[in-house]
Write a protein that binds this ligand. Sequence first.
Ligand SMILES: Nc1nc2c(ncn2[C@@H]2O[C@H](COP(=O)(O)OP(=O)(O)OP(=O)(O)O)[C@@H](O)[C@H]2O)c(=O)[nH]1
Ligand SMILES: [Mg+2]
Length: 463
Amino acid sequence: MTTVTLSLISHTNVGKTTLVRTLTRRDVGEVFDQAHVTEVSEAYSLVKSAGSELFMWDTPGLGDTVRLVRRLKKSDNPIGWFMHQVWDRTLDRPLWCSQEALRNVREDADGVLYIVNAAEAPQDAGYVALELEILAWIGRPTLVVLNQTGRAGHGSERLEEEWREYLDKHDIVRDVLSLDAFGRCWVQEDVLFHRVVSLFDGETKRAMVELARAWHESNHDIFLRSMELISNELASTATDREQLPAVFPSTAQKEEAMETLGKRLQAREELLWDAVIAAHGLDGKHALEAKQRIDAFVVTGEETLSPKKGAIFGSMVSGAIGGLTADIMAGGLSFGGGLLAGTILGALGGAGLSHAMRLLKTGEEPAVSWSHEFLDGLVERLILRYLAIAHFGRGRGRFEEDDAPAGWTQAVRATLTARKPHFASIWSEAEAGSSQRIGQGLNKGLTKAVASILSHAYPESTL
Ligand SMILES: Nc1nc2c(ncn2[C@@H]2O[C@H](COP(=O)(O)OP(=O)(O)OP(=O)(O)O)[C@@H](O)[C@H]2O)c(=O)[nH]1
Ligand SMILES: [Mg+2]
């Protein structure tokens, strides 16, 4: 068995444990917004494949580096001296924790992921230069991960650039990558592991190539499963009909039929998102949170795509959702709020409720079904919601406005516009066809569209 071992190192309270949680899809360790939360180094197996296994060590954070480096410099064999010191765990906690972290790198690491808080300017994080000096002494190949990119808010990309420039001057740093554990997309994990491959040579590199491939495969399977679930839901909606009780139905009868159709859509959507969330390994409170997030997920057209940040969540818009629900009510329909209101009105794109459904006069009696225009809009909303889940990182605490958003609406819209004929022919087929038959065509079209959106957003990824 070849093992590849990565140690996560950072100043205390930057986000090592949070990153491990996002990658393992488990609530491991302790996460709080305070110094020295993690006290002992702990290894987590991330992936196994073909006789290789990737381990990631979560370590205690470095602290009081100024004192640490001053002392190290006094010695001929600084690291040796430091490791043989006996630090009091209570009285010298910052140094005790630093020693635990460095011991872990020295004894176990093939490579180091050094995490830096990109919400802070490099000149304000004086400890970074000192910590890099210590890592240089130990001498393992180091990849810097800039996290908390969502936190920096306005101008965060400029800060990221500053960090890159600053880190460029340090020889131990082989590479710099932005990855916010809260708002990362699974395709960025592939990019992370490909960068890790280039830290190594020989047998370790060969094993890491295989492990990166296995990691990609398991994420890609979840992607394909999600596309299948969404396509099945779309196929059901496109073929759904509600018969009207008379050849010349009254307005009240039409509205009742439309409401029935809407309720069925709502019920399917509930099941759909439960299944997609579960497929992403989100359970318990994370599942609830993810659901609330997509429920409140509205992206405005003005937002521009920000591939670097990888965060896409729209601002919290419960007010807007409330407004949308009121619009539906005013249109004479009482679908209930939240998810469906967002889905229906979002899909309409302001075209008005009367465009959402149409009368079909195929059989003996007329029926109502969803309009092609509505279905086009629905595809857009379903993709945006999938993207919200695909970026949902574990370890997310309370949602904060600053963790938000770069809009994806334009990207999704552009991709769908290019594929409009494909979907249009499916909607026509749906008028007579069964949902199973059109499901396949939808799955193909949707998978290609979403793969293209993700590849544009993350050009380094290999979908
Ligand atoms: N916005 C954002 N916040 C993060 C991210 N990662 C961590 N945090 C927050 O930063 C704080 C510290 O996170 P931890 O994962 O406990 O940090 P740590 O490096 O393990 O800390 P120690 O174990 O004490 O060294 C928590 O409040 C997290 O919610 C991130 O990628 N983005
Ligand atoms: Mg920790």
